[in-house]
Design a protein around this ligand. Structure first.
Ligand code: AMP
Length: 529
């Protein structure tokens, strides 16, 4: 047919070109670990990324090579994202909170050739260097080393070109068992994900937005913010330390309108606000994800006039799966109802499809009736087909990714997570949601953290116990907690025991590690077992 549209590969370097061209003087602010602050712009980030591309070529980096980072959030880290993809490389953001054997595994499995790191992580580098077999060049972001390295270059070069299906980024996800798995993002998937992120229900960005991302750049691609932020030409405010006092101070001085972080971050922020009387008058969009946001958190933010985007996603979904997109009857709902809706995991943007299947029979697709819970599956242009280095197999054709989450789908499209498939507790053939027990326990004023696990029971197969960390100075008994739970869950869901501990184990991304908790309670005997 005569007539055609232009060739325009959906490569992520277009994002930084756009930001530098359209909003070149928009600021990128960094508050460094030593308390100093620097300011650059989107044009400055692009220029430095071009210089880094030249420096990478000089050390022999080829398109497809993996360029790794081990760093907190700051402007040089942002430069390295665009520098790594600019040379046609694959950016590999390593999580410094992982254990040594995981760090050893992922850098070797990824075959990283260059590693850029924060001086704060130098002890990790010293420890791991003898074990990392493929890294040829280490560059520190601090002490003038990074600047000196790109300082010899003039930025007079062009980005690598290629196919939009080329890989551009690699993130590892540490599952509950086995080695971490690599998720390889493509230019095209990342580009489409970036555009999707601009929607009001997701990041709600325009050129006036000022975003302080607390979610680290090594966690699920920082939810795609460094890409989407460029597409909108927003102002970024980075902090290389995650301290609530520092974050609140920055938010107020830089007039931050948007922030994003896991629930723990917001908890720490609230605590600081309560202790000091600090308020955040400029904040209007709070993106919360990674684990379930408790009701009081959503309520408090909404009462302060902040829009809450409670998001569900995974490293395997780039990571946007759903956010707190309003239902069509939102305006007719009471405030209480609105909070209840936000407490669920929201609705998909165009592009993402969800379905649930029977936990025992995956061939059976379940109704979206707001009642039936099942194994959650997802598909879409930024959802994983297979893990890095995994061979193609028959499941590729299905194009449905098993999330490992258990969920209920509502008729209005709302997703309600009820558990992880590995964490649901099966008692007498019926499922008990550990998440619902935890949410109910967390609403008790004396509870700082709670986790429910299943313990072997000769009659019921499994019965739940609840492991609780009390708030500092608070006193509460197991029976009082059970009485509190009884207000919101069925009687047969009530835990057989409540165990108080000083600490609940967490994994590398800050989430509760049920596997470690189960290990801790492996020899636990129930009173009637
Ligand atoms: P990760 O790949 O480390 O980001 O972990 C993804 C997993 O985190 C998901 O499969 C969920 O189990 C959990 N998760 C993410 N967002 C939420 C949320 N809003 N509520 C509850 N769980 C969540």
């Amino acid at each position: 047919m005569l007539g055609a549209m232009q060739d325009f590969d959906l490569r992520v370097t277009h994002l930084i070109d756009h930001a530098a061209r359209e909003t070149g003087s928009r600021e990128i602010v960094t508050r460094w670990a030593d308390g100093s602050e620097t300011r650059t712009t989107w044009a400055g980030i692009r220029h430095d990324a071009l210089r880094m591309t030249q420096a990478l070529r000089k050390v022999g980096v080829q398109p497809g090579d993996r360029v790794a980072t081990l760093a907190m959030n700051h402007s040089r880290h942002l430069v390295s994202w665009y520098g790594a993809v600019g040379v046609g490389g694959v950016l590999h953001t390593i999580n410094p909170r992982l254990f040594d054997d995981q760090l050893e595994y992922i850098a070797n499995h990824a075959e990283d050739v260059v590693l850029l790191y924060d001086a704060a992580f130098a002890p990790i580098i010293e420890r791991m260097k003898p074990k990392w077999t493929t890294i040829k060049r280490y560059i520190c972001f601090d002490n003038g080393e990074f600047e000196a390295w790109i300082g010899d270059e003039d930025g007079n070069t062009t980005w690598a070109t290629g196919d939009e299906r080329d890989p551009c980024m690699l993130c590892y996800t540490s599952g509950t068992t086995g080695n971490p798995k690599g998720v390889l993002y493509e230019h095209r998937s990342t580009f489409l994900h970036a555009i999707t992120g601009l929607q009001p229900a997701i990041f709600d960005f325009d050129a006036r937005s000022v975003m302080l991302p607390v979610v680290p750049m090594f966690h699920a691609a920082s939810w795609g913010l460094p890409w989407a932020g460029a597409a909108a030409g927003i102002k970024f405010v980075f902090s290389a330390v995650n301290d609530a006092a520092v974050l609140c101070d920055l938010m107020n001085r830089e007039k931050v309108t948007h922030s994003a972080g896991v629930p723990t971050v917001w908890l720490a922020t609230f605590k600081h606000m309560d202790e000091t009387g600090t308020t955040l008058p400029t904040l209007r969009q709070a993106i919360i994800g990674g684990s379930a946001a408790p009701r009081f958190m959503i309520e408090r933010l909404m009462k302060a006039g902040v829009n809450v985007a409670h998001a569900w996603g995974m490293t395997e979904t780039s990571p946007i799966g759903t956010t707190g997109a309003k239902t069509w009857d939102w305006d007719d709902r009471s405030f209480e109802d609105q909070v209840t809706i936000k407490q669920m995991q929201g609705r998909v943007p165009f592009g993402v499809e969800l379905r649930t299947v029977d936990l025992g029979d995956p061939a059976k697709v379940l109704p979206r009736d707001g009642q039936t819970s099942g194994a959650l599956q997802v598909r879409g242009p930024w959802v994983i087909k297979r893990y890095f280095k995994a061979e193609a197999d028959a499941t590729d054709a299905e194009q449905w990714f098993d999330t490992g989450d258990v969920a209920i789908l509502h008729p209005d499209g709302t997703l309600q997570l009820t558990d992880r498939t590995k964490d649901v507790i099966k008692s007498g053939g019926e499922w008990i949601s550990s998440v619902e027990l935890e949410n109910a326990a967390m609403s008790h004023p004396a509870v700082a953290e709670a986790a429910a696990i299943g313990i072997y029971h000769p009659r019921w197969d499994e019965r739940p116990i609840l492991v609780v960390v009390k708030k500092a100075g608070a006193e509460v008994t197991g029976d009082e907690i059970k009485a509190h739970l009884a207000k919101s869950v069925a009687k047969w869901w009530l835990p057989d025991a409540v165990e108080f501990v000083a600490e609940i184990p967490h994994g590398g991304t800050g989430k509760i590690s049920k596997k470690d908790l189960r290990d801790q309670f492996r020899d636990y005997k129930l009173a009637d077992a």
